[in-house]
Each structure stands twice: as C-alpha cells, then as structure tokens.
Design a protein around this ligand. Structure first.
Ligand SMILES: [Zn+2]
Length: 226
C-alpha cells in the first residue's frame, strides 16, 4: 500500500477526483475516496478480514433540510440514479448473477493531503440501514488481487495482509515515523511495511510491527526474505 499526495492521486487517475463516489469514471473501474478518521463526514470502516464497509453519500445540500437528517437518496429529483443508486444497482446485479462484481479503486485519506492507495476491490454487496436518524447506504468492498496474482505465494499473502493494517495503526505509524522512510528519511514513494512479515508470523494489528519504507528499501527488504 503506497502513501501518496493528492497531486499523485490525481496524476495516477488522469483526473481531479473531487467526489467521494465516482461510478465507472474510468473505462474498467470506479473510484471511491474513504476516511476512517474521527472527523470524517461518513462512517467508513476497515473490517477485520480486509473488507471495507463504505457508507453511501448524503443528498445534495438544500435549504429545505439538514442533509444528515434525511435518507441518503437512491435517485435524484429528476429520476436519474445518484452515485448511491449506481453502486447499489451494480451490487444488486452482481448478487443476482447478472454481472461480475464492479471493480473499485479505493483511496483512503490518512490526513490532510496524504492518501493511501489501497488498490482494487470488488463491490460484492449493498444494503440500507437505519443509523438512528435516517437510512444510509452501506457497500461492502472485498480486496481484489487480480493485478498481483503473478507474485510468489508468500509475497501474495503478505500483500493481502498489508491491506488489513487497521486505519488507526496506519495513522500511528505515519505520525511516529514522521512521514519518512525509516531507513533513509525519504518522503517519496512510501509504503507500509511489516517489520516481521505476516508469512513469518508478524502481526498487522500493532504499530510496533509496521514501519514506513520508501520503494527502494521496501524492495531491498522483500528480496532479503525470499
Ligand atoms: Zn528509504
């Protein structure tokens, strides 16, 4: 999982990603932005098995209501689907065997201007729940490893487990290591690295086993363990 600036995010995608939910904005995938920070506008969660529970988005602001007090809408007033509706329909069609899961690229906000490239996920489920005030959408995104299936089995396992580092652990590690590679102090191409790899029994859940490494030192380390 690579740590990037917003500028790099926009460069990678070839577009300014302004909204949180962007259905089919790329030829073969959609893009979502998420945050697990306490002051985040939506309740997004990284679940234990690496699955993301992503919350739908609110109605457009209006003078008629407070947007956190009305149901998140499936459709716009014109009848066209909102982003919630588009994601919901894709999940529904997948569950009914009508299509493959929609492929979703996920970026998670670590702090202002700092993002984690979480890679690709499959949209496998969608439902609506009552959050105490109103109905909100929840979408389940399952890690998709298609793009890395040429890796060695042990590396594959380690990459899988990189995605299971809890949000608060990532944040703690980033702050502790001052946003720099622990080997050379570089602030470019940073990755979260298991100090003891998962395949050797290392934990993903504690900051003491995770560190920041630049791409160069991350590769060097990988080679050492093969
Ligand atoms: Zn380095």
């Amino acid at each position: 999982m690579k740590i990037i600036s917003y500028h790099e995010l926009a460069f990678n995608e070839g577009m300014q990603v302004q909204k949180g939910m962007n259905f089919n904005v790329k030829k073969s995938y959609s893009i979502v932005l998420m945050s697990t920070e306490k002051n985040a506008p939506y309740v997004d969660k990284l679940l234990d098995d690496g699955i993301i529970e992503y919350e739908g988005h609110d109605a457009v602001k209006s003078d008629q209501y407070l947007k956190k007090e009305v149901d998140q809408p499936m459709a716009n007033t014109s009848g066209t689907l909102t982003e919630n509706g588009k994601f919901f329909q894709a999940a529904d069609n997948f569950k009914n065997g009508k299509r493959d899961p929609a492929k979703i690229k996920v970026y998670r906000k670590l702090r202002a201007g700092v993002w984690v490239d979480m890679g690709f996920y499959d949209l496998i489920d969608a439902y609506r729940v009552h959050d105490g005030k109103r109905k909100v959408f929840k979408f389940l995104l399952k890690p998709n490893f298609e793009d890395i299936n040429d890796q060695l089995a042990s590396e594959y396992n380690d990459i899988q487990h990189d995605r299971m580092i809890p949000g608060e652990v990532q944040r703690e590690v980033y702050e502790r290591d001052h946003g720099k590679c622990t080997q050379c102090g570089s602030t470019e191409n940073l990755h979260f690295d298991h100090i003891l790899p998962f395949s050797k029994g290392g934990s993903s859940k504690v900051a003491s086993n995770i560190q920041l490494l630049c791409a160069k030192h991350n590769l060097k380390k990988g080679a050492k363990f093969v």
